[in-house]
Design a protein around this ligand. Sequence first.
Ligand SMILES: Nc1ncnc2c1ncn2[C@@H]1O[C@H](COP(=O)(O)OP(=O)(O)OP(=O)(O)O)[C@@H](O)[C@H]1O
Length: 523
Amino acid sequence: MATILIVDDEAIQRRRMAQVAETLGHRTVEAESAAAARALLTAGGQLPGRAPAIDLVVADAAATGRDGASIARFGALPGAPPVIAAVAPGMADVVAGLMRAGAADFVVKPVSPERLAVSVANALRMQALRLDVLRTQNLVQTLGARAPSPAGIVADDPAMVRALSVAGRAARAPGLPVLIEGEAGSGREMLARLIHAGGEERRTRPFAILRCAIATPASLEHGLFAARACEAQGGTLYLDDVDALPAALQAQVMQIVNAGDDRERARRTASGRAARGDARQDVRVIAATRASLLEAVRRGAFREDLFYRFSVLPITLPPLRTRRGDIGALAHSFLARFAAAEGKAVRDIAPDALALLRGYSWPGNVAELENAMFRAVALAEGDWITTADLPQIAARMAADAARPFTGFRLAPAPAGACADEAFDGKAEARAGDPSAVTLVDGDGDVRPLEAIEADIIRFAIRHYQGRMSEVSRRLGIGRSTLYRKLKNVCFDGEANGSAGADVVVPGDGPGPEVGQEDTEVAV
Ligand SMILES: Nc1ncnc2c1ncn2[C@@H]1O[C@H](COP(=O)(O)OP(=O)(O)OP(=O)(O)O)[C@@H](O)[C@H]1O
């Protein structure tokens, strides 16, 4: 049940809306003017970032007069309750202004119960997400202040916001094992360090790393023993590529995980006496895998019971090519960090260079982008990063583009492939299908024109290696139209980034990694 503030100067209208809200199971508070509403909102501890006593505002646009926009703007503040504007029919111009100012939605009076129900449910859902993001942001900022790393987390994409939100939950449950799934370079280790440094109990303790795919079985066994006995004492054991862990050692990990479960249970229930139990077992396991662990279970290569233990807190990091909206923010964040570290004057990325970055498929994910920006900053001579400072990316795009474009593909992309994968060779390899633009989605329906257009523009950028004048000439559209489409159509993850989902935290320099006791074992 939410508390909804109804703002309307006509008592009868107020009551009508309040009744609808109450039939939906919500509590209501009423105000007859914008001033009265503001007083209620500020008195109730409604300052940005604080838990609201009022969860949602439904405000009549006419009643709030010129103040309608300020109420709507209030709704856009971090942590403030969302505002639904109630308008008379034919007030389209007012609606546009209110939505721009920050209103979450609008309803046309007289408000039907069904419409209000949908609008209220959506606004409350969005608000829950915003608050979750704020909490994650607070966690990240706390880390920035207390821990030397991570330098900055960029997560505009909803899937990344979700991953950070689960990471926040994991940090607050220090005994539970965590599984992070994602491709190489997608940020798995960074997230593991974030979880470690975000937990009160472990952040000052060691963060030990065991790289299962590159260590020999003997050194792995030694490393696991060392981690349990002393190296990761009271801290975190990060098992990179856990799917490569030999069966005998999986049993040992299971023991560590069981001990962690017992401690977590004791911590949550009572005095925590059991939590003090065997100090040698006090290690939290965070496992990472780039292959599907479920697949490994099916093959009999990974213990099913251990897989289920890890599945309590699974986090999936999406590959960079499926969250293109994050590319610009990541590139700028790396630019700021490296320019400061190298003492270079370069401050920004030229539009052509940014388009090049956004058009590339990034098989090496964020790690590859980080490297590309490091080199670009080293090469840059002026204020801007230009396409000339990204020679490797241009060359790889040229190689991509050298593959023949065979036309439109009517068949849907292979399972698990995103539209972009048609260009990076993966879909091709899996489906034996040449590079093509997909016309039909996985359900057999024709894809929206905008999505097909976005694929064609991305293809053209690759084909002409980011030479935007050539791209716009060949596509027969002006450069400004091309840039507008890049912003609004091609990379809609960025354009549609949910309000308040900006978790870009300023970098704190390329300092040492989390925890002075950071240790790498057995490799
Ligand atoms: N969302 C992000 N925001 C800022 N930096 C990021 C983000 N994701 C990853 N990075 C940076 O990208 C680099 C690669 O990340 P990380 O090492 O965590 O990847 P990984 O998945 O563990 O890959 P690998 O196991 O191949 O090293 C790191 O320097 C990390 O700090």
